[in-house]
Design a protein around this ligand. Structure first.
Ligand code: HEM
Length: 534
């Protein structure tokens, strides 16, 4: 009685006491009684999703997670109900055969607007219909039909690099590749270049990193995502406003692309000849596509959310992948020489009429280039956010030696998985395309997660890889590239870069942290341009 009276007399202190007791019970439950309590991980991560939000804001999320796996092993608790796993047994279970039993989690809600696009859709039936709508426009034959537009953009890039060669200027190859990739995506997806190469200007780059970071950070705290979407824009913070402005700019660009394309198609609606001569870019195929059962077309809102997804998923990813491949080759001169020797031996000279090697030639006749591309995807995948899936079976799932309870969010982060020494060996930090020559390692290609796997794997993978093959074969056949910095070059020769990953940052999608400054020269006087033989 006395105790109750005392508590009532000091309500504020009583409140603090009760809050402290509830907090303590929560901590004890999460650490000792929660179904995931036996799995190791950072203390704060086991208590709150804010730990993962903070990880994204450090821009080092995948690298910190990889370090945690090095410390704790193949399974790490990285949120109150979140498990990250790098055991290879997880790949087929969660992704290849996953289906309805392992759908995407609420994390993905942060990536779309009210109407999710194919990337953010969590309902399997809805997703597979949308995916069928889209799959033809992403097929190899469809990309081959648009190959001329890739060639036009490679021509612009080659002209630009030739000008640097002639003037002896060093330049940021990462930036040049990024501009190229953005313009190619514009052509393939929307029949319109974004003009980044011609303008040579950062302002022409859609601010996709802002959206990715915002989505990754807010999606990490699923119970608060909707609230954060609503209220964060009014928080007086310049940094936050920049993120929201970036997202709005990407949405406006997507909307403009869709409106322009719809108007173009409307103009030729009643003219069969003109209609059949329209370019079948990815968006156009989607505009024309019909629901397999109802025959309905996609609404303008649906088209805009998909267009937004193409800009977000297709630009930064491909640009960063290509820059990283150049980075690795420039830091492994013997691999670069071997690759150039293959290109010289297998590829004929290009001519003014043929500015780039065809997809067919580049993909089918260059096995060492294939291994270099694959090794780049292994050692530095760029789509590095944990690909979170919900365990739907109330009885849970057993993966290797681990039992994961029903309801858990379980994910593979491809960077962490690609650096699991149990799967890839102690030399996993070495860029070594020759490893794929070993049949036992080559067998493991099927486990590589750089494009995800299974029904939710990247729909744009053919678009991205064909572009990368063409670009690499053409640029390395025609130009000699070297690091601009003398000290860095000599450190490479001394072996200081061996087994050392580049410094990268991640906004959910990863990229080189610094510019990739290079100097280039024209190889063997073979390059022929409009202005004559160089
Ligand atoms: C090197 C370049 C690329 C990489 C590394 C990459 C990586 C990925 C990954 C890992 C996923 C799976 C995400 C998940 O499971 O949550 C994904 C999905 C997706 N990607 Fe890509 N991507 C690339 C290029 C592209 C391009 C060029 C486009 C389109 C123009 C694209 C469009 C998409 C879409 C729409 C999805 C969602 C697919 C679905 O859920 O059915 N990506 N990508």
């Amino acid at each position: 009685m006395l105790l109750v009276e005392g508590l009532l007399r000091y309500p504020f202190q009583t409140f603090l006491l009760l809050a402290g007791a509830v907090g303590l019970c929560y901590v004890i439950y999460q650490r000792f009684f929660h179904p995931l309590a036996t799995y190791p991980g950072p203390f704060l991560a086991s208590l709150t999703d804010l730990w993962q939000v903070h990880q994204f804001l450090t821009l080092k999320q995948p690298y910190h997670l990889t370090d945690l796996h090095a410390k704790y092993g193949q399974i790490v608790r990285y949120g109150p109900d979140k498990i990250s796993i790098t055991d290879e047994a997880a790949v087929p279970i969660l992704y290849q055969k996953g289906g309805k039993m392992f759908p995407k989690t609420e994390y993905y809600n942060a990536f779309g607007a009210a109407h999710p696009n194919v990337f953010g859709m969590r309902d399997q039936t809805e997703h597979s219909i949308r995916r069928r709508h889209m799959s033809h426009s992403f097929s190899t034959s469809s990309v081959k039909d648009m190959e001329g537009y890739i060639d036009d953009n490679i021509s612009i890039l080659k002209d630009k690099i030739t000008a640097y060669c002639m003037s002896g200027t060093t330049f940021d190859l990462k930036e040049a590749l990024q501009y190229y990739v953005i313009d190619v995506l514009g052509e393939l997806a929307f029949s319109q270049s974004f003009g980044a190469q011609e303008a040579n200007d950062e302002d022409h780059v859609p601010p996709v990193k802002e959206h990715s970071l915002l989505a990754a950070a807010t999606g990490s705290w699923p119970s608060m995502t909707a609230w954060l979407k609503k209220w964060l824009p009014i928080v007086p913070s310049k940094a936050l406003h920049k993120l929201f402005e970036g997202r709005a700019a990407c949405a406006a660009l997507a909307s403009k692309c869709v409106t322009t394309r719809l108007q173009d198609l409307e103009k030729v609606r009643d003219d069969d000849n003109a209609a059949s001569s329209q370019r079948k870019d990815i968006l156009t195929s989607l505009i024309l596509a019909r629901h397999p059962d109802t025959g309905e077309k996609l609404t303008q809102t649906d088209l805009e959310t998909e267009a937004f997804g193409f800009i977000i998923a297709g630009t930064h990813t491909t640009g960063a992948t290509t820059s990283l491949l150049f980075y690795h080759l420039l830091h492994a001169p013997e691999i670069m020489s071997r690759l150039v020797a293959e290109l010289d031996a297998k590829l004929p000279d290009l001519s003014a009429d043929e500015p780039a090697y065809s997809i067919t030639v580049a993909e089918s006749s260059l096995p060492f280039l294939r291994d270099c591309i694959k090794e780049n995807f292994r050692i530095t995948p760029v789509f590095t956010m944990p690909l979170a899936r919900r365990v739907m079976d109330p009885a849970g799932v057993t993966i290797g030696a681990y039992h994961i309870p029903g309801g858990t969010s379980v994910a593979i982060c491809n960077h962490a998985f690609h650096h699991n020494p149990v799967v890839w060996g102690a030399d996993h930090n070495r860029f070594d395309p020759l490893r794929w020559g070993d049949p036992a390692t080559n067998q493991k290609s099927r486990l590589l997660m750089h494009f995800g796997l299974g029904g939710r794997q990247c729909i744009g993978k053919t678009v991205a890889t064909t572009n990368i093959y063409k670009l690499m074969a053409t640029l390395l056949r025609e130009f000699h590239f070297e690091l601009a910095d003398d000290q860095e070059r000599s450190d490479v020769v001394s072996g200081l870069y061996q087994d050392k990953l580049p410094s990268m940052i991640s906004v959910g999608v990863s990229d080189l942290e610094a510019p990739l400054m290079v100097k280039a020269s024209v190889r063997g006087g073979k390059v022929i341009y409009d202005s004559g033989t160089v």
